[in-house]
Design a protein around this ligand. Structure first.
Ligand code: C5P
Length: 230
């Protein structure tokens, strides 16, 4: 399992200070809406300047018409990030168009599809998708696998079912990880590192439990220590 640290702080300066404190660890940096909308491409370059080996996950959850998504995917590939995501509910044509467009890129970024946001509980999810989280996440995962994506974003609770329905090598990236049972905040389907390991999660995304900790570096060390025992 790998650790993905969400850089969701209120300023580039704070995000970069966090990245600087983590530059000697083998962790992914997750750049989401807040950081990318505010700080853009320069922020990606600043992260690479801190550590050229940082793996970067651009979490922009693309959702648009297929051609617009493929155009955006190509721009993302040019940024030199290692992973990005789209919404599975954009559909199979969007998935196919995105993957075709990226096929000419050597070392293309990994492409994941968001199944059910971890902030959804069952009732609110069904109000939008009219199916249970498990059923829909499995359906979205099978579609993503069929159209050549590398994996999905899901909660820990769907990870194993998704691998059984697709392949053991199909990646699962799970936000809502509360490493040692910290406060859930707005997340509904949270899990500890232990559970994420049991459920075969490939990437654990952790934001607030790290950056709101008085000592984020020590917290990352504690997390990596636990991961090393798996
Ligand atoms: O602070 P917390 O650990 O809850 O952060 C989770 C991060 O993962 C946030 O940056 C959020 O945008 C992202 N995310 C998520 N659920 C998804 C996809 C991404 O929480 N399905």
């Amino acid at each position: 399992m790998e650790l993905c640290v969400a850089l969701d702080l209120p300023s580039a300066k704070e995000n970069l200070a966090l990245a600087e404190s983590l530059k000697s660890y083998n962790v992914w940096m997750k750049v989401g809406f807040r950081a990318y909308i505010r700080d853009g491409k320069a922020f990606i370059e600043d992260l690479k300047a801190i550590n050229p080996d940082f793996k970067i996950f651009l979490d922009l959850k693309l959702y648009d018409i297929p051609n617009t998504m493929a155009d955006a995917a190509e721009e993302i590939a040019k940024l030199g990030v290692n992973m990005f995501n789209i919404h599975a509910s954009a559909g199979s044509v969007a998935m196919k168009t995105v993957m075709e467009r990226l096929s000419s890129y050597e070392n293309r970024p990994l492409v994941l599809a968001v199944t059910a946001l971890t902030s959804f509980d069952e009732i609110n999810f069904q109000a939008v998708y009219e199916k249970s989280i498990n059923e829909k996440a499995e359906q979205f995962a099978k579609m993503s696998y069929e159209y050549g994506l590398d994996g999905v974003v899901c909660s820990t609770f769907e990870s194993r079912v998704i691998k059984q329905a697709t392949s053991e090598t199909f990646l699962t990236l799970c936000p809502g990880i509360r490493p040692f049972g910290e406060d859930a905040g707005d997340q509904q389907r949270v899990a500890t590192l232990e559970l994420a390991n049991t459920e075969d999660v490939d990437y654990s995304v952790v934001g607030r439990p790290i950056y709101k900790d008085p000592d984020p570096q020590a917290k990352v060390e504690d997390i990596l220590e636990v991961i090393a025992t798996f």
